[in-house]
Design a protein around this ligand. Structure first.
Ligand code: C2E
Ligand code: MG
Ligand code: MG
Ligand code: MG
Length: 288
């Protein structure tokens, strides 16, 4: 480590770091090619209501890299954000989402389902964000009220007026907003009353150890209460066990997402499963 070599030395060209830089440059080039060659794929993970009925899904991007295979978003979204490639990638995700909503509109088993889409800070801060989103929605004739855009808290710490304005513009057309990973960012409760929000998503790091971890249990309870009192929907992420679900139901959580109900799958497969199960509750809460 450079730090261990002496107090004031920082060797920028440490071999390992050089390797990393080269890898990043290579990956950024691959990302650009990936867009041109249509290598991205949409996965979707089910979201359930408190009756155990499927109410929508979260759209999650994957990258089918020609050599590396299936690459997860945590491995390329941060790089995309640093290189501005997040703009075209984000637009691709939204365009595909709108196309899928239009396909589903023809199908009585699917047409009520909402799709939640992750949006990066840099996308929202781009000057033409509102126009770009509305153009993509209108080009496809998608129903904007089935789209929920997920933002992270850190976004809302700066450029407050600009972001409120943009959210309101999209809100007027029916597009809704959710705070992703709630409770993990630079939490300022101030934004909750200022931003036109529809939903809070309780981060999976809180859900993971409920009910045994008393601190996580209290935090989860308080987020649910906070959302209720502010008139917002509340969704728990990362629900994996019956015990977690029971705790969340006991505390009046309204919506759920996690491996207990289904892992993310290619969105065509998701639609097939949703259609096949539309007559019954996908996950019966009735026994409880
Ligand atoms: P996120 O938006 O918080 O998405 C939830 C992540 O948790 C997903 O990981 C999902 O597969 C995973 N997950 C869901 N249920 C469970 C569970 O029960 N247990 C556990 N351990 N994990 C669960 P994924 O798909 O790898 O996505 C990671 C992150 O990448 C997302 O976190 C989101 O921040 C980002 N991302 C994904 N797609 C997009 C996109 O299209 N655009 C942008 N800007 N970011 C995206
Ligand atoms: Mg998300
Ligand atoms: Mg999340
Ligand atoms: Mg996350």
């Amino acid at each position: 480590h450079a730090k261990e070599n002496g107090k004031n030395t920082l060797s920028l060209f440490e071999p390992a770091m050089q390797f990393k830089v080269e890898k990043r440059v290579e990956l950024a080039k691959d990302l650009r090619d990936g867009l041109v060659n249509d290598e991205f794929i949409l996965f979707c993970q089910p979201q359930m209501d408190a009756l155990g009925k499927l109410c929508g899904g979260e759209v999650l991007i994957r990258w089918q890299h020609p050599v590396l295979g299936l690459v997860m978003p945590n491995e390329f979204i941060p790089l995309a954000e640093q290189t501005d490639l997040i703009i075209p990638i984000g637009e691709w995700v939204l365009r595909r989402t709108c196309e899928i909503l239009c396909e589903w509109e023809q199908n009585s088993a699917l047409k009520h389902l909402t799709l939640s889409v992750n949006v990066s800070v840099n996308q929202v801060l781009a000057s033409n964000f509102v126009e770009r989103v509305l153009t993509i929605i209108d080009d496809n004739g998608a129903n904007p009220s089935l789209i929920i855009l997920e933002l992270t808290e850190s976004l809302l710490a700066e450029h407050v007026e600009d972001i409120i304005f943009k959210m309101n513009e999209l809100n007027k057309r029916g597009v809704r907003f959710s705070i992703d990973d709630f409770g993990t960012g630079y939490s300022s409760l101030n934004y909750l009353k200022r931003f036109p929000l529809t939903e809070l998503k309780i981060d999976q790091s809180f859900v993971r150890d409920i009910p045994s971890d008393k601190n996580d249990a209290v935090i989860t309870e308080i987020i649910i209460t906070l959302a209720q009192k502010l008139g917002l929907r509340v969704l728990a992420e990362g629900v994996e066990t019956e015990e977690q679900l029971q705790f969340l139901l006991d505390h009046d959580c309204q919506y759920f997402q996690g491996y207990l109900f289904g892992k993310p799958s290619p969105i065509e497969l998701f639609a097939g499963i949703a259609e096949a199960n539309s007559a019954k509750l996908l996950y019966s809460f009735g026994k409880r």
